[in-house]
Design a protein. Structure first.
Length: 84
């Protein structure tokens, strides 16, 4: 990526603070840099808040990492649903 290219964060996940940390760790393990959105609300919110509530935490990645990140997030959903 050249210095003139704009890095646009794209949301790949939204959930509780605990879920977002888990997804962030999985992405980090795959060398994908993450950014949190709604961090202030997310850190003050209950850990069992639903993904669509004010307490949800959004996980973003750079636009050029989006496809790889979606694979990791899909694997997270497979893991929590028990589909192997």
């Amino acid at each position: 990526m050249s210095a003139n290219e704009i890095v646009k964060p794209i949301e790949v996940f939204k959930g509780t603070a605990w879920q977002a940390e888990t997804v962030k760790d999985m992405l980090k393990d795959n060398e994908i840099e993450t950014f949190f959105g709604d961090g202030i609300w997310g850190t003050d919110a209950r850990y069992d808040s639903a993904p669509e509530t004010a307490g949800s935490v959004h996980v973003y990645v750079q636009n050029d990492d989006y496809e790889s990140a979606r694979i990791v997030v899909d694997r997270y959903y497979d893991d929590i649903s028990g589909d192997y």
